[in-house]
Design a binder for this molecule. Structure first.
Ligand code: FAD
Length: 466
């Protein structure tokens, strides 16, 4: 069988790439080794975690916010089995949606593990060992990533789990120990904390959310502590002993070395990051270069081998679904003779906890390190009428704008619906806008978005409501 394009992997990068290429008239096939399409994101990542985050947040609201709103429902009772059904139904609706879209766009789906014997060829090995060879003008590798392992610690997905196992627990752990204070660890930790687990987080660095704005991370840590989280920062897990009767003893040492202590947990979640997934692709045979596991690409997503491209988690840049999607669109457009492009300076990153944390562009620390003069504008949700009406006033909006030109260089939000609020700043930055542009844009009242406008006004020291 002969194609213009074979895409390996149908995560957000791969399936979006395939659809855009088909829209542009290319003959496209996809190869996926999972039973369902949608990749990490739809099957075991973004979607199931958000289904559980939403459900557990509703549980928390019913327990703690409803009474203050004048709603009495009694003590809410957890039906974890139904919550997991909700999660699975959400996954099913999304993965079936992708299968439908592939069909609608006349894309041929192949199920099996793909390997690349040479440019122009993809071999698909099905579960029963049968192979099929596809001929193609171009290949896009979109094989994503997997949970990174903690040296010396074996995950059994029962007591010591990755994010995948942590989204499938059938009972609420009494004590959950999370290794790693990044986005995934804190999101999944929040789910189980809201449902009753005592959550302890061990982090190697002396801060949470590495890479995010320091001031935001500090405030977020305080909020999580109020929610019952315990943090051991500047600490490393050196050993996990799983007991026969269940549970584990975790040995923790200061990151810089020193006396070890032990912590007990029913479940240990290893969330120390993700590693690019190129297993079984046979990149050596095809001569495709990798660097620290990631497929090396140029500015147009091309590897060192003509006709072979790569996108998403398997290449450089933030491991985010929307980054993978945008790269999928861009490479499809390039292959169709257009000028696909991704603006890496305007990719938002969200932590879907309560409150949410959202960021785009540079942090204050990055601007200081680069010697760029900047102005700061901040506005707290305590001064926003809508946030008060919702009783969700934790957090603030922070703008960073160029001191001379007023161009927005970054925006960081911790607060209710921060993930949605950041969208207008993303558009603003995409168009090279200034804080003044946003400050002079009419915002509906009463909305949380008014806090974003007020923070933009605060860059010029003229917020109205503060
Ligand atoms: P993937 O989604 O990993 O898809 C790759 C696909 O390739 C997989 O289906 C795999 O089976 C297939 N594959 C691999 N090798 C082969 C082969 N040889 N042959 C055939 N098929 C193959 N990102 C966000 O932006 N927002 C979030 O809220 C978010 N939440 C997350 C929560 C969790 C718990 C996790 C784990 C991740 C989360 N992410 C989130 C990250 C997001 O899932 C990834 O960035 C995204 O899935 C990357 O897309 P991708 O297409 O590059 O790869």
């Amino acid at each position: 069988m002969s194609y213009d394009l074979v895409v390996i992997g149908t995560g957000p990068g791969g399936y979006v790439c395939a659809i855009r290429a088909a829209q542009l008239g290319l003959k496209v096939a996809v190869v996926e080794k999972r039973k369902t399409h949608g990749g990490t994101c739809l099957n075991v990542g973004c979607i199931p975690s958000k289904a559980l985050l939403h459900a557990s947040e509703m549980f928390e609201e019913a327990s703690h916010t409803f009474p203050s709103l004048g709603i009495t429902v009694g003590k809410p009772k957890l039906d974890l089995k139904q919550m997991l059904v909700h999660k699975q139904e959400t996954i099913d609706a999304n993965v079936n949606g992708v299968a439908f879209l592939l069909k609608k766009n006349k894309i041929d789906p192949f199920h099996g593990t793909a390997s690349i014997p040479a440019a122009g060829k993809v071999v698909v090995t099905a579960e029963d060992g049968k192979t099929q060879e596809l001929e193609t003008k171009n290949i896009v590798i979109a094989t994503g990533s997997e949970s990174a392992a903690l040296p010396g610690v074996t995950t059994d997905e029962k007591t010591v789990v990755t994010s995948t196992g942590a989204l499938e627990l059938t009972s609420v752990p009494k004590e959950l120990l999370v290794v790693g204070a990044g986005v995934i660890g804190l999101e999944i930790g929040s789910v189980w904390a809201r449902l009753g687990a005592k959550v302890t987080v061990v982090e190697y660095l002396d801060r949470i959310l590495p890479g995010m704005d320091d001031e935001i991370a500090k405030q977020f840590q305080r909020i999580l502590q109020k929610q019952g989280f315990t943090f051991h920062l500047g600490s490393k897990v050196t050993k996990v002993d799983v007991a026969k009767k269940g549970g584990a003893t975790v040995t923790v040492e200061p990151a810089a070395g020193g006396e070890a202590k032990t912590l007990n947990a029913d479940i240990v979640l290893v969330a120390i990051g993700r590693r690019p997934n190129t297993d079984g692709l046979g990149l050596d045979k095809a001569g495709v270069a990798t660097e620290r596991g990631r497929v090396v690409i140029d500015d147009h997503f091309k590897t060192n081998v003509d006709g072979i491209y790569a996108i998403g988690d398997v290449v450089r840049g933030p491991m985010l679904a929307h980054k993978a999607e945008d790269e999928g669109v861009a490479v499809a457009e390039i292959l169709a003779g257009k000028h696909g492009h991704v603006n890496y300076d305007a990719i938002p990153g969200i932590v879907y906890t309560a409150p949410e944390v959202a960021a785009i562009g540079k942090t204050e620390e990055e601007l200081k390190a680069a010697g760029i003069a900047y102005k700061v504008g901040k506005f707290p949700f305590t001064a926003n009428g809508r946030a008060r009406a919702m009783r969700h006033t934790d957090g603030f909006v922070k703008f960073l704008a160029d001191a001379t030109t007023d161009r927005v260089l970054g925006c960081h939000i911790i607060g209710p619906h921060a993930g949605d609020l950041i969208a207008e700043v993303t558009v603003l930055m995409e168009f090279g806008g200034s804080a003044e542009d946003l400050a002079r844009t009419c915002h509906a009242h009463p909305t949380l978005a008014e806090a974003v406008k007020e923070a933009a006004l605060a860059v010029d020291k003229r917020p109205i409501h503060m």
